[in-house]
Write a protein that binds this ligand. Structure first.
Ligand SMILES: [Fe+2]
Ligand SMILES: [Fe+2]
Length: 165
């Protein structure tokens, strides 16, 4: 069984992961419309991963005998001026998500919900990876400044990102 307090918090997390997916899909659409196919690819894969995160929490609630409640997903922004602006937002968003995971972890420990703690450990590690990957791109985009050539090089590199096995 799962206590109500944790069930409610995990349902909120499902919504936050779906929102992340929505946000990144919106970025993907925006960059695709501007012919940055590599950025669009990167954001698109990121969106799929966030959807998978939502399903991970969803499955966990069900497995623990809880009830999944799906709520409205807020509409994301639809346009970003530059790739740097978008990636800075991704990085800030991921840091916020890390904070949410840590809060959940605190709650799971308080409630001695070791099963939830175990599931959250996966998310803790995932957040380390996501923060580090996105920060690296932010820093590279800052480094290239206004160089169009370098921007297209980064776009080309991000076109190579494949889905996680
Ligand atoms: Fe996530
Ligand atoms: Fe994420």
């Amino acid at each position: 069984m799962i206590v109500k307090k944790i069930e409610d918090a995990l349902n909120k997390q499902i919504n936050a992961e779906f929102y992340s997916s929505f946000l990144y899909l919106s970025m993907s659409a925006d960059f695709a419309s501007k012919n940055f196919d590599g950025f669009a690819n990167w954001f698109g894969i990121q969106a799929k991963e966030e959807y998978e995160h939502a399903i991970k929490v969803y499955s966990n609630i069900i497995e623990r005998g809880g009830k999944v409640i799906l709520a409205e997903i807020a509409a994301p922004k639809t346009a970003w001026k530059t790739a740097l602006e978008a990636f800075e937002e991704v990085y800030a968003h991921e840091r916020k998500m890390t904070g949410m995971i840590y809060n959940l972890m605190d709650m799971a420990r308080e409630e001695k919900d070791y099963a939830t703690e175990e599931m959250l450990r996966w998310f803790v590690n995932e957040q380390v990876e996501e923060e580090s990957n996105t920060l690296k791109i932010v820093e590279q985009l800052k480094m290239i400044g206004d160089s169009k050539g370098s921007l297209f090089q980064i776009d080309h590199r991000l076109s190579k990102r494949g889905e996680k096995k």
